[in-house]
Design a protein. Structure first.
Length: 151
């Protein structure tokens, strides 16, 4: 795959940074940066790498430290849309994460300055403007202003 552009990387780093600070302060779990592989299925192996991810403490402790791909889906995934991504591809990716067991997928669109939350195939919401996102059902206690992702 071709590496994403600078704006994608900037927004992805901001999301991962905000997530990291929150999870470090609250000790609710661990944050993973972009390119971390998650093994979602076996035979054939399916590995995905989100732009940022979170795994709750109890699940993280059960697995412990690993040098291999994380076994299973994270609780939370953030994906940042790149200019060449199609809506169909982004939605398919979000639904794949949910099918694998992710509780919440946050798709961020830097061009439109929006975020879409996927909690299930029939629970999809687009957020814009001064919205404050409540992501605490997947990342305990995490509430963040949408605008913070684009600063």
């Amino acid at each position: 795959m071709v590496p994403p552009g600078a704006e994608h990387g900037r927004v992805a780093a901001t999301v991962a940074g905000l997530l990291f600070v929150h999870t470090r302060e609250t000790e609710t779990g661990i944050t993973f940066a972009a390119e971390t592989g998650f093994l979602l299925a076996r035979d054939p192996d399916t590995v995905r790498a989100p732009d940022a991810a979170f795994v709750a403490s109890d699940r993280a402790e059960a697995v412990g430290r690993t040098e291999r791909y994380w076994p299973g889906a994270p609780d939370f995934v953030a994906e940042v849309i790149s200019p060449g991504d199609t809506f169909a591809d982004v939605e398919a990716k979000a639904l794949d994460w949910l099918t694998a067991g992710t509780k919440l997928v946050l798709v961020i669109d830097p061009a439109r300055r929006t975020a879409t939350t996927y909690r299930g195939p029939d629970d999809v919401q687009v957020h814009a403007g001064d919205t404050r996102l409540d992501l605490s059902d997947a990342v305990p206690g995490w509430r963040v202003a949408l605008a913070d992702f684009f600063r």
